[in-house]
Design a protein around this ligand. Structure first.
Ligand SMILES: [Zn+2]
Length: 591
């Protein structure tokens, strides 16, 4: 990890209001600047940036943090990537040894070298497409309806049908064949010495990662030769099950519209973008994986699959069932008529017709039902039994009881069977793979938090002096709410370590829930008329909170100390017990 010192220097080099203004139209309101949240759809602004604390927070979706957090959410970067981004922007040199954990210096250097080699290759292929050798490829792309703008912005290229064009070019630039092999650009000869170009005589589609680096290529032939598509091999930079074509270009639109469209090929994805359907991504010669879903879930929680209505396509879609249920993402499916794929459909009918199709998309489970039990199907009793069993297999795997109930009814209707009978037939060992960890990013609800604890935490964060004075009066363990207990612990730790309460120092730890609360308070405009008095009231309330519960805990600890034979601890606890039993009952909070 980076040292705290470096992190602060990098963070201080940017102004959060300046930076966020590049993404959100901000208006000054009171101490804060407010605007429409870029992380959820809203019509009235609930997104605030506080210039004094250099913190943002959204009261709508709960997103919040410092400028690093903003760029992490906005661009899908992780923390070290965010630090590097700002360091580069501000020209701050990062010490070579302060990279992220598990990434030693050698690995980082190797990765950088591979990225550079792949970028050089992309530039080479791009030039080839523009030059005389690329005329056939240009004609082919024109025939397929790919515009010059698309070719430029997606950096398409061309590889000549030669064995060593790229190899020679990059060797001249100082790369070794071994490096190029590792980058997936050249292949070692199976017999004898030497290497040759992996991609020959193909249109080249650079594959870009989420941070905007080209990491691999897909190559497509222009005739009927095979394989039609060839992708880079798996490299230290590229893994096909964790990469989606066009995600970098689609992530903003995906977030704004709340969903991604999944198509199958490079040209389908490019056609979508060219026709203004900017939330389209494509898998790279593989079915959707958990890794793909995890990537997309950083930006949206819904997918629309364009499925091929032939039997193989349907089967492929159904295979994704468990994956979709486990991911907790909402999945809809849509089919296109006349064997069209998105590319041909858009060229024939345009964007409006495509949007209309998307509006007709159906929930994945409805699609399953329609496939298993086609409408108006007059089945024999044997068929009914078979289809009912198949449907029950799907229904049993749904995570929501309401959904299971609903589809049970629908299946009974569709097969004209008795619902009760069907219900009894439901597999007993139903497994309900609940939503995967991290699937929900909802802001923690704070309505039920003990009010006095909340006020006290808020006061401590507002006023350092209050926090300092409270150190001797209250302990984190006095707080019943685990979140506030962690917060108070953090406040005291930071005070002890730095002597002050910089809200950014407070946030330096991966505790998302805590950071959400910190950013919430940082932009909360709320004044107390007599903070000192308020503070003392809260302390009293907290100290008297739930004496029964405290007594119980104490008795238990006492017993444990006795069994352990820990005399000193026993005496200490006994005293506390005595004190507690003398206290008056709970008081009603006063303001
Ligand atoms: Zn929001």
């Amino acid at each position: 990890m980076f040292s705290d010192d470096i992190i602060s220097r990098v963070r201080d080099s940017v102004d959060i209001v300046d930076f966020i203004s590049g993404y959100v139209a901000l208006k000054k309101t009171g101490k804060n600047h407010t605007g429409l949240c870029p992380f959820h759809a809203e019509k009235t602004p609930s997104f605030s940036v506080n210039p004094d604390k250099q913190i943002f927070h959204c009261f709508g979706c709960g997103a919040g943090g410092d400028v690093f957090k903003f760029v992490e959410l906005q661009e899908g970067l992780n923390f070290p990537e965010a630090v590097r981004k700002f360091a580069e922007r501000s020209g701050i040199a990062l010490p070579a040894d302060s990279r992220s954990r598990g990434e030693d210096k050698k690995n980082v250097e190797e990765r950088m070298a591979l990225l550079k080699a792949v970028a050089e290759a992309a530039a080479y292929y791009q030039k080839e497409l523009e030059g005389p050798a690329g005329s056939t490829a240009r004609a082919y792309l024109a025939k397929r309806g790919v515009s010059d703008v698309t070719i430029k912005s997606f950096r398409l290229g061309y590889s000549r049908p030669e064995w060593d064009g790229l190899l020679k070019h990059l060797k001249q630039k100082g790369y070794t064949p071994a490096q190029l092999e590792k980058a997936g650009l050249v292949v070692k000869r199976s017999e004898g010495e030497g290497h040759y170009d992996r991609f020959r005589g193909r249109i080249m589609f650079p594959i870009v990662d989420i941070a905007g680096n080209i990491i691999a290529f897909g190559g497509r032939v222009m005739d009927d030769s095979l394989p039609k598509y060839l992708n880079s091999s798996e490299t230290p930079l590229y893994s096909k099950s964790n990469t989606l074509y066009c995600l970098d270009a689609a992530k903003d639109a995906g977030r704004k519209q709340g969903y991604f469209i999944i198509v199958e090929g490079y040209l389908d994805a490019l056609a979508c973008h060219q026709y203004g359907v900017r939330n389209a991504v494509a898998t790279l010669g593989t079915a959707l994986t958990e890794g793909h879903l995890r990537l997309m879930r950083r930006f949206a929680d819904k997918l629309v699959l364009i499925f091929d209505p032939d039997p193989a396509g349907v089967k492929a879609s159904l295979r994704g069932f468990d994956l979709f249920v486990a991911s907790g993402m909402k999945v809809n499916v849509v089919s296109l008529p006349d064997n069209d794929d998105p590319d041909t459909f858009l060229q024939k009918h345009g964007q409006e017709a495509f949007a209309a199709r998307l509006r007709q998309s159906m929930k994945f489970m409805d699609f399953v039902l329609a496939q298993v039990v086609p409408e108006g199907h007059a089945a024999s009793i044997d068929e009914k039994v078979e289809k009912a069993q198949e449907m029950l297999g799907f229904i049993a795997r749904l995570s929501s009881g309401i959904e299971r109930d609903y589809y049970l009814k629908r299946t009974a209707e569709a097969l004209d069977l008795d619902e009760t009978v069907l219900r009894q037939e439901m597999p007993k060992q139903a497994k309900h793979p609940g939503p995967a960890a991290g699937a929900t990013t909802q802001a923690p609800s704070r309505g039920h938090r003990p009010r006095a604890e909340e006020i006290l935490v808020h006061l401590m964060l507002k006023d350092e002096t209050i926090a300092r004075n409270l150190q001797s009066q209250i302990k984190p363990q006095d707080f019943t709410d685990p979140l506030f207990r962690r917060m108070v612990q953090r406040i005291f730790d930071v005070l002890a370590a730095t002597g002050s309460l910089d809200s950014r120092a407070l946030m330096q730890d991966g505790d998302e829930e805590l950071n959400g609360l910190l950013s919430h308070y940082a932009v909360l405009e709320m004044e107390y008329d007599d903070p000192e008095k308020h503070c003392q009231d809260c302390v009293e309330i907290i100290k008297q909170q739930d004496p029964e519960k405290q007594m119980k805990l104490l008795s238990k600890a006492l017993e444990e100390a006795r069994v352990r034979g820990d005399r000193a601890e026993f005496i200490r606890l006994a005293k506390e017990h005595q004190e507690l039993s003398r206290r008056p009952g709970r008081r009603i909070p006063g303001r």
